[in-house]
Design a protein around this ligand. Structure first.
Ligand SMILES: NC(=O)C1=CN([C@@H]2O[C@H](COP(=O)(O)OP(=O)(O)OC[C@H]3O[C@@H](n4cnc5c(N)ncnc54)[C@H](OP(=O)(O)O)[C@@H]3O)[C@@H](O)[C@H]2O)[C@@H](O)CC1
Ligand SMILES: Nc1ncnc2c1ncn2[C@@H]1O[C@H](COP(=O)(O)OP(=O)(O)O)[C@@H](O)[C@H]1O
Ligand SMILES: [Mg+2]
Length: 277
């Protein structure tokens, strides 16, 4: 079974060319964060910014405006309840991250449909959290685009129909991914990445990561890496590995590792693992 190593990071994280500007590093639009789950979209957006995405826009409930600005002045923010803005901010993005803290009520469902309608085939769409649950349980049609799903095990059960007890069966997971399409990041203590290539397993990570917001952070990292690096599968696998490696390092001296601590370590980590000259 192929496992991810830090060699992949060196192949993926390119040295920034001198002749570049923010547009070189990709626009990421994140959609999520209802009145109750503002933290989720703040963490996802922060992870995208700290991973190096050139321009980050967060489309969220306006209840999160002040906290997002205070925590992350680098991000622009727009109102998720304004369909024109949702469309206008999704269309120019290279990567759309959708679902972290979106919620699953009728209003969240409406927002997800509007967002999916605005997506075009060349875009990369990271589908996380509530968006996976809504797609699975409300049968919302997926957009034609490069899709990356980031389910935890219960979300994968909802999406694939595979019970938790059967998720150790790689062939079964692969078959479900082949039916659904895209890349599936099946998160667990040893996350597995399914695509049209052989499954990649993340060999690292720590139970110190088992805390709310850890997956929201990963979704933002996947978005940030895919915005900058050309091979989406390798970019996704590199983000998964980096997320766990930073956590392992912090867990040497910490009982629990907070998502926001991982976020703050991403830039130094990427510098240490960028391609060699
Ligand atoms: N600060 C914020 O704003 C935060 C906001 N968040 C946002 O909340 C939204 C809902 O996401 P969610 O994951 O909390 O809810 P849902 O999909 O219903 O799953 C819960 C059910 O599944 C189970 N379960 C979960 N994982 C499992 C596993 N690996 N293996 C086994 N079982 C597992 C779990 O079991 P239990 O813990 O109850 O035993 C429960 O039954 C989403 O948009 C997300 O982004 C969160 O990120 C938190 C921080
Ligand atoms: N015991 C563990 N060992 C390693 N990684 C873990 C462990 N528990 C959780 N994680 C990681 O934490 C993240 C949890 O994602 P998720 O459940 O979606 O969190 P949230 O929705 O609260 O942000 C995943 O990346 C998962 O791999
Ligand atoms: Mg989650």
């Amino acid at each position: 079974m192929p496992t991810i190593t830090d060699d992949l990071l060196r192949k993926t994280i390119r040295i920034r060319p001198n002749q570049s500007f923010k547009g070189t590093y990709g626009k990421v639009t994140l959609v999520g964060g209802n009145k109750h789950f503002g933290g989720a979209i703040i963490m996802a957006s922060s992870a995208a910014v700290y991973s190096g995405a050139g321009l980050v826009t967060t489309v969220s409930d306006m209840a999160n405006l002040s906290s997002l600005h205070a925590r992350l002045p680098e991000a622009m923010i727009a109102d998720v309840n304004d369909p024109k803005q949702v469309k206008a901010l999704i269309q120019p993005a290279k990567v759309v991250v959708i679902g972290s803290g979106l919620g699953t009520d009728a209003h969240s469902q409406q927002i997800l449909k509007e967002a999916f309608d605005a997506i075009s085939p060349k875009q990369i769409v990271v589908i996380d959290g509530s968006a996976i649950t809504l797609v699975a349980l409300k049968h919302i049609p997926l957009p034609k685009a490069h899709l990356i799903f980031t389910p935890h095990q219960v979300e994968w059960q909802r999406l694939s129909g595979i019970k938790l007890a059967d998720q150790g069966d790689i062939a079964k997971n692969q078959k479900a991914r082949d039916r659904i399409g895209g890349i599936v990041v099946l998160k667990s203590h040893h996350t597995q990445i399914y695509s049209d290539k052989p499954m990649l397993q993340n060999p690292i990570g720590t139970p110190a990561q088992a805390t709310g917001g850890m997956g929201d952070t990963l979704a933002g990292m996947v978005g940030g890496f895919c915005a900058q690096f050309s091979n989406s599968l390798y970019a996704t696998a590199s983000a998964v590995y980096a997320h766990s490696d930073i956590a392992d390092h912090l867990a040497q001296n910490q009982y629990v590792v907070l998502p926001t601590q991982i976020i703050s370590h991403i830039p130094q980590y990427m510098k240490r693992h960028e391609a060699r000259r």
